[in-house]
Structure formats: structure tokens, C-alpha cells
Design a binder for this molecule. Structure first.
Ligand code: BGC
Length: 706
């Protein structure tokens, strides 16, 4: 349809029909079970109102989608199709690693491929919009939703967010969008106070602009077709009704002209926030802020007709909101084919196919982070007698949160898969080990699968205690008295406190939740068929008292390094530094940096510095490694992080060879937001730091001259 036709269509719609388009409800209203991903409130929708809604959430089943679409269109006067939206966050039926895990791959090409293939698995079943990616930057391990993001670094978040959007938003042969990507949650949701879910956010405009907006912006620049508002407040105003946030920053400054959707129930929650008396005020505030779609409340449908009638909201704005949604339906080709990309044949052959599983395996292999490997305890040799145990060794619940459509029967438990691979592996039931520690006798190594369960992170799963549970620690301590060599495989949706684990275990693998191919991937890594290459994208605190923590901390007036007495910025009972820093991740290979050569140390704004880094793999095993480049502005208008990631290169390196990696420094990498909220680039001195993690770096001073 052409724009003109869309506008003509809107001109034929009644006010009720237009407002109906802005309402989103679950499939339950159409007599089909849907996934419920938030609190259900009474909506009191009449039959007539239901037949006018514009979108449906939570159905991923082509038969149901077709049935609902048919029923709906049969009753629809203007035959405007429904649009179906779902949370396909890290896979539809085939589950990929949780996004925080996948971010450890430091690999935007891989993320593009994952989004492309999982997007296809969803689209062929009738999904038109996925509520992914989450671009919220976060550095508080207590927050349950860390699992859904890309970690603590703005630059990495920016690059990975756009890769998701590009990956999801493929076009079909007719040029129709196959799936639209909805960026969320605008804005600053990852900063909820004290890591407590849905809590207040207090952030300066400068930090918001400099560190948090760039990822959303990168997603929008990559073409994201929808943005979801956050549950939190910004500047004491809930995001869904925050005009400066939505109208000024998102619509105007970021040039976003596609639908903005509220998060689940957020419009009526303005009443609980105590900024609206009733649903009418709530609807007015959200609509005026330019929130187009009302997810799972009846505020718009019940109240907007009155508000327009009373002249408090204006019909021209309503037309704009409806246009944004119909335009998206049009880009998805739904007017010509209301079933979108539904493909029954592909549903039989593609869902959970080897093609997707292979990609899921590759993604899992790159997501695992080897945190510690003393005395090369890993990889385990095939002939070694190994005992596997631990609370997560005999469960299929390894998909992680937000895998609502995932097929748990497609997963092998660790016990099932490992014991089939190798007769030297003995499984011992965790409960039995708890009763009788002697059962561990006779093993050369123990591999303990612990951490937190798949149900302990995700939305509404904030914690104050992110330690490994006492029961696991006690049994590990006992195991240690019998078997010296212990590897701890940590499953978690967030950084957990591994300080005590670090005392008992020579090997620690961070396994996140790896999805459908968990067991296959962990087996290959533990037995050295795959060389681990993941790097942490969130620092692992030493204690919960460290939270929030990030490698990007700021200089203070009393830095602990320079002060001569006790009045310094430090803890009296713990080191400032995390246990495992951002960017950390070991390899079975020994790769070193031989030399770093800068082509110049001073450069002008129209010039670049070229850096050649010679790396060498000294071992007889090939590897993937990530070289990271950090910058520090030595004197600036406002305080600058002591280290900021500005570039990274992930590369493959075969055994026993040298390789050259090239970095470029340009003035754009030195940009920041000054006191007046404007972009500024300072002339003067900068430090460039290059290494395989954020702490072990080689530093060189450079100068930007006029
Ligand atoms: C979450 C969103 C999600 C939505 C729909 C909300 O509770 O915050 O991220 O997309 O539900 O399921």
C-alpha cells in the first residue's frame, strides 16, 4: 500500500476504530491460550472492543495466529489485519544463550546470525514483532534482568544492539519485512535503584545521553521499527508518560517515527506511581507523551474517546499514532497477506532443525567464559576418571529465563549427554553426595554443575543475596578434602559471587544459560574439542557490597593509588576491584602480545593513528581471542571514566603462528558530552590501553593537537 492509500484508509476509520488499533491484548481474549508475561488486570473489554484491537501479544503458533486473524477479519469493517507480537528474546523454540551470555562472544556477526535465524523460526509461525533486543545498560548484579542485556559497557552495547536489529529485520523476496524488532526499555531501566526490579531511576541527563542513549540510538539507526518504554521513572516521571524522554529525546532527537509501545500494563500503573488519579488521567498522560500502543490495559480504549471528545487529546495526534502502526503493518506486508510470513512447510522442517541447532551450538561455544584454570585443570583428558555432580547436573531446565516458547524436551541434561560420550565419566546424584561424601572417592577430577537455577533471574527476579548457596559451598568444601581437582561450572543469569568458589576450585567456567545445546557445548569445552573464548561483559563482584560495580569507574578527589594516608576512596574490608573484571576470559592457548607499534603519537583532528599489534599463539592449539582497546582522557571538561572500551577485535589464531591486528584511533573515539550537554573533543593527552582484558593492558600516551 502507498502512503496515500494508508492515509485514505485512516480517513475512513471511526474514532473508536482508530483508538482500537492502539490497544494490545493477549490471545486469551480470542479464546486461545497465550503466554502471560505480566500481571493480568481486569480490562472489562466488551465483545465490540475486542473486535477492534490492533495487536495481539504472546501467541507463537501458526494455527492459532491464522484462526485469530480469520475470526478477527471476518468481523472487521475495514479489514485491517492484526499484528502479532511476542517475546522471542534468545530464540523461539530452539533456544540460544541468554543475551548476557551471548554478549560474552564479543561477536556482532554471530549475534546478527543468531537474530536472523531465531527471527525466522519465529516469523514462520506468525510472529510479526519481537520484543528484542533489550538495550538497557546495567552494572548491578542484583537486578534479575541483567540476563537479557549486553552487560555494562556502552560501546559494546551499542554494537551488539544494532547487530540484533539488523539480524531480525530481514526482508522477503517481495521486499516485505519478515519481522520487526522492538527495542526496549526506553530508558535507563538497568539503573533501577539498589538493583530492585521496577524501582526508581535517578540519573543525570549527561550520563543518560552519553552512556545510555547510544545503544538505543544505534538500534534506531539500524532501522528498529518499535520502541518499548521502561517501567521506571526518569527525572521522577514514569517513562511511559515522560514527554521529554519520549517526545524530545526519542522522537525529535533520535528521529524515531515508528510506534512507541508501553510495557505491560504500564499506562494504568501511572496510578500506582501516584502521578495519575485514575485511568483517564493515565491515558491522557501517556498519549500526550506520544506512547502509541497500550499493552494490556484498557486505558486507551475506555478513556481516549472521552478525552478526544472533551478536546483534551487531539484527533490529529491520534491519526499520527494510527498511521505509525498501520505503516508498520504495511511494511510487514500484512494488508496483502494477513498471515505474514507463516509457512506451514517450514514449520515442519525448520523449527528445531539441525540448521538452527548448529547455530545455537556455535553461539553457546562462544558464550562460555573460562574464568580460572589453575594448573591447566581444563581441558579434561578423555582417559581421566571424572565424577560429575551438582544441583544442575541432572536437569533439563537449562534454557534460562525468557525462553517461553523453548522446547525443553529438545535438551539433554548434563548427566544424559556426558555419560553417553565417555565411559570414564561417572555421574553421582547430588542428594546422595550430600548424604555420603565418600561417594566421591576414586575420581581424578570432580566437575560440579552449580550456581543458580534457570528460575532465579529474569524479570521480577532481583536478589539481595547473589552468593552461591551455602549448601553448594559446604559440599564443595567437603569434596576438596577427598579430591583436589575441582572444576565449578557456574550457571547464572547474572554475575554471582564466586569468591569462596575461587578458594576450593582450580577451574571455573561461566556457563550462563546456554539454551538447547548446553550439554553439547559444555562437553566440548570441558574436553577441549572447543577452546573457550568468551569474555565477561559484566564485572563479577567480590561481594554483594560491591554492587553496582563497573570497570568504567571514575577518578575521585582521593584516589587510593595517590593518597598517602587513610582518607581514600576504598573499602576497609574489601578490595575495590572485582573478582573477575570486564573483558576477562581465559583460553586453553597461550597467546601473547609481542609488540605494539603506533605509527605516530601525535595527531591532528583530520588524521588517524594506526596501531599494529603483533600477537602470537605459542601453543599447539588454535584459538579465538579478543583484543580490547581502552581510552582515558587525561584532562577533560567533566570527569571521564578511567578506562573506556572504544574498540575490540575478535580474531582466530591457529597454533604456533603470529598475527597482526590493526587498530585505528580517530577523533570520534575521543568525543564526550561536556558540561553544557554538547559533544566535545579535547586536544591534549590521552592514554591508550590495549590487552586481552580490561586490567592487564599495555599503555601508551598519545596527543591530539590543533
Ligand atoms: C517486560 C517486557 C516484555 C513485556 C511483554 C514486560 O513485563 O518488561 O520486556 O517485552 O512484558 O511480555
Amino acid at each position: 500500500m502507498q502512503t496515500k492509500q494508508l492515509k485514505e484508509l485512516i480517513s475512513q476509520m471511526t474514532i473508536e476504530e482508530k483508538i482500537g488499533q492502539l490497544a494490545q491484548i493477549t490471545g486469551d481474549f480470542f479464546d486461545t491460550n497465550a503466554k502471560i508475561t505480566g500481571p493480568m488486570q481486569t480490562m472489562d473489554l466488551t465483545e465490540k472492543e475486542i473486535t477492534k484491537v490492533g495487536s495481539v501479544i504472546g501467541i507463537l503458533d501458526y494455527k492459532k495466529v491464522k484462526q485469530i486473524q480469520d475470526m478477527y477479519l471476518a468481523k472487521s469493517r475495514l479489514k485491517i489485519p492484526l499484528i502479532f507480537m511476542s517475546d522471542v528474546i534468545h530464540g523461539a523454540n530452539t533456544i540460544f544463550p541468554i543475551p548476557l551470555g551471548l554478549s560474552s562472544a564479543f561477536n556482532e556477526d554471530l549475534i546478527y546470525e543468531v537474530a536472523k535465524i531465531s527471527g525466522k523460526e519465529a516469523a514462520i509461525q506468525g510472529c510479526n514483532v519481537t520484543f528484542s533486543p533489550m538495550a538497557d545498560l546495567a552494572f548491578d548484579a542484583r537486578w534479575g534482568r541483567n540476563m537479557e542485556g549486553n552487560g555494562e559497557d556502552p560501546y559494546l552495547n551499542e554494537r551488539l544492539t544494532q547487530a540484533y536489529v539488523r539480524g531480525y529485520q530481514q526482508k522477503d523476496k517481495q521486499g516485505n519485512l519478515q519481522l520487526a524488532s522492538c527495542l526496549k526499555h526506553f530508558a535507563g531501566y538497568g539503573l533501577v535503584h539498589a538493583g530492585r526490579e521496577y524501582n526508581t531511576v535517578d540519573i543525570s541527563q549527561r550520563f543518560l545521553k552519553e552512556y545510555h542513549y547510544p545503544a538505543y540510538k544505534s538500534g534506531i539507526d539500524a532501522g528498529a521499527k518499535m520502541v518499548m518504554t521502561a517501567f521506571n521513572t526518569i527525572n521522577s516521571i514514569p517513562a511511559v508518560s515522560n514527554e521529554s524522554l519520549l517526545k524530545r529525546d526519542l522522537r525529535q532527537n533520535m528521529n524515531f517515527d515508528y510506534p512507541i509501545i508501553s510495557d505491560w500494563g504500564a499506562i494504568s500503573e501511572l496510578i500506582y506511581h501516584k502521578v495519575a488519579q485514575n485511568k483517564k488521567e493515565a491515558a491522557l498522560q501517556a498519549f500526550k507523551a506520544s506512547c502509541d500502543i497500550d499493552m494490556m490495559t484498557s486505558c486507551y480504549q475506555k478513556e481516549l474517546p472521552k478525552l478526544i471528545d472533551e478536546g483534551l487529546c487531539n484527533e490529529a495526534d491520534l491519526d499520527k499514532a494510527v498511521y505509525r502502526l498501520l505503516n508498520l503493518k504495511n511494511e510487514l506486508g500484512l494488508f496483502e497477506n494477513p498471515y505474514g510470513q507463516i509457512d506451514e512447510e517450514a514449520c515442519k522442517n525448520f523449527i528445531l532443525s539441525m540448521e538452527i541447532k548448529n547455530k545455537a551450538k556455535e553461539a553457546a561455544d562462544e558464550s562460555v567464559v573460562l574464568l580460572k584454570n589453575e594448573e591447566s585443570i581444563l581441558p579434561v583428558k578423555n582417559e581421566e576418571k571424572v565424577i560429575i555432580c551438582g544441583p544442575l547436573s541432572n536437569t533439563k531446565e537449562l534454557m534460562g529465563p525468557w525462553s517461553i516458547y523453548g522446547d525443553v524436551s529438545a535438551i539433554s541434561s548434563i548427566k544424559e549427554y556426558f555419560t553417553k560420550q565417555n565411559k570414564n565419566i561417572k555421574y553421582i546424584d547430588y542428594e546422595q553426595v550430600l548424604q555420603n561424601i565418600e561417594l566421591i572417592k576414586g575420581a581424578k577430577k570432580v566437575i560440579f554443575f552449580g550456581g543458580e537455577t534457570s528460575f532465579e533471574s529474569g524479570e521480577a527476579h532481583s536478589k539481595t543475596n547473589i552468593n552461591i548457596e551455602q549448601k553448594q559451598l559446604t559440599v564443595l568444601k567437603q569434596i576438596k578434602t577427598i579430591v583436589k581437582d575441582i572444576v565449578f561450572v557456574n550457571f547464572s543469569g547474572r554475575p554471582l559471587i564466586l569468591s569462596e568458589i575461587n578458594i576450593y576450585c582450580q577451574g571455573i567456567l561461566q556457563a550462563w544459560f546456554l539454551g538447547t545445546m548446553t550439554a553439547q557445548s559444555l562437553y566440548d569445552i570441558i574436553y577441549g574439542n572447543i577452546n573457550p573464548s568468551g569474555k565477561l561483559t559484566m564485572s563479577f563482584p567480590r561481594t554483594v557490597g560491591h554492587c553496582p560495580i563497573s570497570y568504567r569507574d571514575y577518578p575521585t578527589g582521593r584516589p587510593k593509588e595517590y593518597a598517602i594516608d587513610e582518607y581514600t576512596s576504598k573499602y576497609i574490608d574489601c578490595l575495590n576491584e572485582p573478582l573477575f573484571p570486564f573483558g576477562h576470559g581465559l583460553s586453553y592457548a597461550n597467546i601473547q602480545i609481542n609488540k605494539i607499534v603506533y605509527d605516530k603519537e601525535e595527531f591532528k583532528k583530520n588524521e588517524k593513528i594506526i596501531i599494529q599489534v603483533e600477537v602470537e599463539n605459542l601453543s599447539k592449539i588454535s584459538a579465538k581471542q579478543t583484543l580490547q582497546l581502552y581510552i582515558n582522557d587525561l584532562v577533560a571538561d567533566v570527569i571521564r571514566p578511567r578506562k573506556e572500551l572504544k574498540s575490540f577485535k575478535k580474531f582466530k589464531i591457529n597454533k604456533l603462528i603470529k598475527k597482526e591486528i590493526i587498530f585505528e584511533i580517530n577523533k570520534e573515539m575521543l568525543k564526550y558530552i561536556n558540561q553544557n550537554g554538547e559533544e566535545q573533543i579535547d586536544t591534549g593527552d590521552f592514554e591508550i590501553m590495549i590487552g586481552f582484558d580490561s586490567t592487564n593492558v599495555q599503555t601508551q600516551k598519545i596527543k591530539l593537537i590543533k
